[in-house]
Structure formats: structure tokens, C-alpha cells
Design a protein around this ligand. Structure first.
Ligand code: UDP
Ligand code: MG
Length: 330
């Protein structure tokens, strides 16, 4: 079947399509035992609702028989189920971005395919969107994961809150609901899926969270170890750069450079003063070295900022379109 996706990841096979209210996107990497149960639970919840829906599974290069399960499921429920299969394991961010590109719904709900997220929460997330929010994130207030997962996660969330300025308890929850426009064009790679709320928030979308039920993993194993937090943290720096300074690198580097340069200047001015007017020896003073260091660093940083600005100008990296909430007249 032909692919309708606009993303850059190679797709091996896909299922069929219709145009529903809600597209549920579920990334699945070796979740063969869970996908059918997940579909059953989602269908039980949304089948009873006034929303029409589709479930888009993205098999992220599984090596178990997740794809065979999905193939059978799609054959059984050709209207409700669509499935995409990546050629290899590209990571959750890639799987989500395939799902976002393929989703036809007006609203998109993401949830992990491992049954840890609870489909019965979808109506609660939707109610919050209905209040006018653009993105509603789940918050695993009572999280059913081992302690060695919960502690680094808390730390991670605290740092992310601090750097992003976005007050969410749980950036990492797989269960989220969006107005489709929030994520349809979002470029996702690496571990960036953790920061969708921040990217959306930086674009002016209204972001909130609600506590959601969270189950312990029943089948299969977790795909992540501690390593995710290191990668995740580096990605956070990228996100900070993207959301705050991509337009003006000069302000990031220049700001730091000006600060350091100014302190260095004051130190050197003070040393010059006591040398000239009190004839004190300053050649042996550690402060001299420190002042010189700060001045040099300041000049360097300001230069890096300027080079960054020239780069962006040359490469046309300045943002060309800004997200508009509403228009009146035409
Ligand atoms: N996942 C994926 N690609 C990956 C790793 C994970 O699609 O490379 C999926 C996985 O199948 C699951 C979700 O992302 O549905 C969350 O992964 P996991 O449950 O392992 O994370 P945890 O719940 O342990 O934080
Ligand atoms: Mg999980």
C-alpha cells in the first residue's frame, strides 16, 4: 500500500486509512504481546464515545513478531487500525513523527504500546483540550515503575522545569493529547520527543497536564536504561538553544561575553589604578591572571555570537513563519 507520510524515515509497509476525530498514535518496539490488548482497550473506550477514531501503530523496527500481530489486527479491523513499519529501530521520537505525519484526526493522542498508559484517560485528556488547551500531558502521579527509574526521572523533570520555564511534573509521560496542528509539522529526532511540550510552549501553544493512571509493565521489557537521561539532557540543551536562541545566538553568547568581559575589565582597571597611583606590584597577583582570562573569554564569546549571527543570516535560518492563533477577516 502506498505511503502517505511526509517524514524522512524509510517505511517498509503501511495499512489503510479514513478521516476520524481522534488519531491515537502508539509507538511499538518489541511489544508483540501488548498491541492487540491495547487496541481492545482503546476500542472499548472510544467505541462508546461520540468520537470517531483510528489507531496508528508504528512498529519501530521490532525483532519480535509485533509486525505480524499488527498485520493480523489490521486485517481484522481495516477501518480502525493503521500500521507503519520502520525499516530498523530509529527510536521513539522517529516512530512518533511517522505517526504524527500519518495521523488524519483533528486531535492526536499518543500512548505507549506497552499497556502502561491507560486508554480510559483519553476522555479526560480530551475534556481538557475542550477547555481550550492545545496540548494536555499526562502526569504519572503514582508511577508504577521501579525506584531506580523514578528517582532519575524526578531529577530530570526538575532540571527540565528549571531550564524550560514550563511547569510540568512529568515531561516523559507517553500519554498526551494534542490539537493536530501542534505536532503535525514538528521535526522530531534523537530524544526530542521528551520535549514536545516545551517546543509547543515556545511556539505559544497552551500547554497543561492532568494526573493519569499508570500501570506496571506486564509484558516485554523496558527499552530504556539510565543512558536516556544523559542523551536526554544533551537534547535539553539543544531544545533550550532552539526555543530561546536560535534567532539570536548573539544574545546568548554575547550576553555571557559581555558579563565576563565587564568583570574582567573592572578587575584590570582596579589593578591598573593601584599600580599607577600607589605603585603596588601587581605582576604576582592571581587576580591579574583572572582579569586577563575574563577579558579574553568575553571577547571570544562575543565573537562566537557574532559569527553565529552571520551564519544564520547567510543560511537563511531565521524563522520565516510564526504560529498564528486566530485571524479575523481575510
Ligand atoms: N519505543 C519505541 N522505540 C524505541 C524504544 C521504545 O517505539 O526505540 C516504544 C516502546 O515500545 C513503548 C514506548 O516507546 O511503547 C515507551 O518505551 P518503554 O516502555 O520501554 O519506556 P519506559 O516505560 O520504560 O519509560
Ligand atoms: Mg513503558
Amino acid at each position: 500500500m502506498a505511503s502517505t507520510s511526509t517524514t524522512q524515515f524509510p517505511i517498509a509497509e503501511t495499512g489503510t486509512a479514513a478521516a476520524p476525530d481522534i488519531s491515537v498514535v502508539a509507538p511499538a518496539y518489541n511489544e508483540a504481546e501488548s498491541v492487540r490488548k491495547l487496541w481492545d482497550k482503546i476500542a472499548a473506550v472510544l467505541g462508546d464515545s461520540h468520537w470517531s477514531y483510528e489507531v496508528i501503530f508504528v512498529d519501530d523496527g521490532s525483532s519480535d513478531d509485533t509486525w505480524e500481530q499488527l498485520r493480523a489486527l489490521q486485517a481484522e479491523f481495516p477501518v480502525g487500525v493503521r500500521a507503519y513499519r520502520l525499516r530498523r529501530n530509529f527510536g521513539k521520537a522517529a516512530a512518533l513523527s511517522i505517526g504524527f505525519g500519518a495521523a488524519k484526526g483533528q486531535f492526536i493522542v499518543t500512548m505507549d504500546a506497552d499497556l502502561q498508559d491507560e486508554p480510559a484517560e483519553i476522555p479526560n485528556l480530551m475534556a481538557k483540550l475542550d477547555e481550550g488547551f492545545d496540548l494536555v500531558s499526562g502526569w504519572k502521579r503514582e508511577r508504577n515503575d521501579p525506584l531506580e527509574k523514578r528517582i532519575p526521572s524526578r531529577l530530570f523533570n526538575a532540571v527540565t522545569r528549571k531550564i524550560s520555564g514550563l511547569e510540568l511534573h512529568d515531561f516523559n509521560c507517553g500519554l498526551k493529547a494534542y490539537r493536530a496542528e501542534v505536532v503535525r509539522e514538528l521535526p522530531l529526532y534523537g530524544e526530542l520527543h521528551r520535549y514536545i511540550p516545551i517546543l509547543a510552549y515556545a511556539d505559544g501553544y497552551r500547554v497543561t497536564e492532568i494526573p493519569v493512571k499508570h500501570h506496571a509493565r506486564e509484558f516485554g521489557v523496558s527499552k530504556y536504561g539510565l543512558g536516556r537521561y544523559f542523551k536526554g539532557f544533551l537534547d535539553l540543551l539543544t531544545v533550550a538553544a532552539i526555543t530561546r536562541f536560535v534567532q539570536r545566538p548573539g544574545h546568548l553568547f554575547g550576553g555571557a561575553g559581555l558579563g565576563m568581559g565587564a568583570i574582567g575589565f573592572l578587575i584590570l582597571a582596579y589593578l591598573s589604578f593601584i599600580k599607577l597611583f600607589f605603585d603596588e606590584g601587581i605582576g604576582q597577583r592571581p587576580l591579574l591572571l583572572f582579569g586577563v582570562l575574563l577579558m579574553i573569554l568575553g571577547v571570544q564569546l562575543i565573537s562566537v555570537g557574532l559569527v553565529g549571527e552571520l551564519f544564520i543570516r547567510k543560511l537563511g535560518g531565521h524563522r520565516e513563519s510564526y504560529p498564528i492563533r486566530e485571524t479575523l477577516g481575510s
